[in-house]
Design a protein around this ligand. Structure first.
Ligand code: AHR
Length: 516
């Protein structure tokens, strides 16, 4: 590992924001009911629930309790130090009517939910989500319904959340929450995957772009302090090009989505290579960020040619993960038990997000609880999945610093299959994948955090760390290793996969640690 230590002082070194470790919760499977809050049909142990009291203005019926153990994991001051949470979808949002899910419980209307074909009780809605954010310390990130919703609905939602004047919706919020202060939601998504034929009310790129411009303009008239996120595809698509070109002056971020593994079983080239598909597939996500940044640059060239100022639009990867829909079926709430191999794929995601964080400073892990998630809940507690551990290490350590440049590794995978990306040629991801971040402490000492992933199915390499002139004081190594690539944590064996921690003094490091 050859690190360029000169970048420690370099003003252009890419900063890493904690927003990279944001989350996403959707009304899907047991993510909300049975994850974030209690499920009235399968109640959690009482000791796990944070009592939310009665609905203000209601008849005394209690709100659903919030799960304390999930708050402890996903809170800003919790284990994963999560700064921001995206809600309420996902595909769910494209037929979501927020007004049905505020106010006293007896007034909440049930609705046939079209994305996942369930009945939505609406017992958890905007105010409950904001209460969850207040408890967890996460900033809220809401996405508006651009499928079946109207601009009026979206404006009313913004006024309900952020209005401070004497208006109907701001007063409704005061009445429903019993509090004066607004919810103050600063980040708003303009629809979810509006390009997908599965999306209720999906649109063509030109119709979406035109609609997003009109909606964005109106939302910012109502509250100019908000930031808007346009709905992108995977970043390299003609949809992204057109939306960026037409919406650049109303948006602040452009969102992209990609799940690795999702298509490998249908992909003729990949079908025999699930391991490679898993561990190398995320490379497509990295190329998509780079391509999307190029599309932003191109849109800016046109913006300038039209006499407008360029805009520093950033990318938000607001859905990413390893997801095998054959294992985690949408009809069964997408609950995937993540193996050690899945975790290697997940580490590749983490590495590339940090590497590209200058252009993509925000990402939301899809999703956060139960469905395709690092934690799974039952009535008595939480199961920590394999992917939980790298996410925790990254969210705790790989932030608030700068990315260091690193010499490339020469052994690359050259096989045929990159699911989701067989159309991208020449990705050639390396077997050893690494990223490093330097964090300067208060007394100017520098801590260098290196994530090193060996994704060769059998080969082992010695890692020799070369940071020439830097003097090392002490070293901490968190290693996640198992012989069996298919092993996973389960309720029966919950601790098969977890990091081993070794602490070495400078002397011990020099004697034995540098070659490991
Ligand atoms: O995260 C699961 C689903 O994947 C989301 O609802 C949707 O946006 C994406 O297709």
């Amino acid at each position: 590992i050859v690190l360029d230590h000169r970048l420690l002082q370099h003003p252009e070194a890419a900063p890493v924001s904690s927003l990279l470790y944001s989350g996403f919760i959707e009304h899907l499977g047991r993510c909300i009911y049975g994850g974030v809050c209690d499920d009235p049909n399968e109640p959690a142990s009482k000791s796990l629930l944070l009592d939310q009291g009665d609905y203000p203005g209601g008849t005394g019926k209690k709100r659903l309790g919030l799960r304390k153990d999930v708050l402890k994991v996903w809170g800003k001051k919790g284990d994963l130090e999560c700064p921001m949470m995206r809600y309420p979808g996902g595909n769910f949002v494209s037929n979501y009517f927020w007004k049905e899910a505020v106010g006293p419980v007896e007034n909440r209307r049930k609705r046939r939910e079209l994305a996942w074909q369930t009945i939505e009780s609406n017992l958890f809605g905007t105010d409950e989500f904001i209460d969850w954010c207040r408890e967890s310390g996460c900033e809220p990130y809401l996405c508006v319904n651009m499928g079946t919703g109207s601009l009026e609905d979206a404006l009313d939602w913004l006024e309900y959340c952020n209005g401070t004047g004497d208006t109907y919706w701001a007063n409704e919020r005061r009445k429903n929450t019993g509090r004066e202060e607004p919810h103050n939601v600063k980040l708003w998504g303009l629809g979810n995957e509006m390009w997908g034929t599965w999306q209720v009310g999906h649109l063509t790129a030109d119709r979406y772009a035109e609609k997003a411009r009109r909606w964005g303009h109106a939302l910012k008239l109502l509250d100019p302090t908000i930031q808007l996120v346009s709905c992108g595809k995977e970043g390299s698509n003609d949809w992204d090009r057109e939306v960026l070109q037409k919406c650049l002056d109303v948006i602040d971020m452009h969102s992209i989505h990609l799940y690795s593994m999702i298509g490998y079983r249908d992909n003729a080239l990949a079908v025999n290579y699930p391991y490679e598909a898993n561990v190398f597939g995320p490379a497509a996500g990295e190329r998509n960020i780079q391509n999307c940044k190029a599309l932003i640059d191109i849109a800016n060239v046109e913006q300038c040619a039209n006499g407008k100022k360029p805009r520093d639009i950033k990318i938000c990867f607001d859905e990413y993960n390893v997801w095998d829909p054959v294992v985690a079926k949408p009809t069964e709430g997408n609950e995937q038990i993540y193996t050690y191999t899945d975790m290697l794929g997940f580490c590749a995601w983490m590495n590339l997000l940090v590497r590209q964080s200058k252009d993509c400073p925000m990402a939301c892990l899809a999703q956060s609880v139960n469905d395709i998630a690092p934690i799974i809940c039952n009535a008595d507690g939480i199961l920590y999945q394999s992917i939980y551990f790298p996410f925790k290490l990254f969210s705790n350590y790989m932030k608030d610093g700068h990315v260091l440049s690193m010499a490339p590794f020469k052994d690359v995978y050259d096989g045929p299959n990159h699911p989701e990306s067989t159309q991208i040629l020449g990705l050639r991801p390396s077997y050893i994948d690494a990223v490093a971040v330097a964090v300067t402490g208060q007394n100017k000492d520098v801590s260098i955090r290196i994530s090193l992933l060996n994704r060769h199915p059998s080969a082992q390499w010695d890692a020799v760390l070369d940071i020439n002139s830097i003097e090392i004081n002490d070293v901490e190594i968190h290693e996640i290793f198992t012989e069996n690539l298919d092993s996973a944590n389960t309720w029966m064996q919950p601790e098969l996969i977890k990091p081993d921690v070794t602490k070495l003094s400078a002397k011990e490091w020099n004697e034995q640690g540098a070659k490991r």
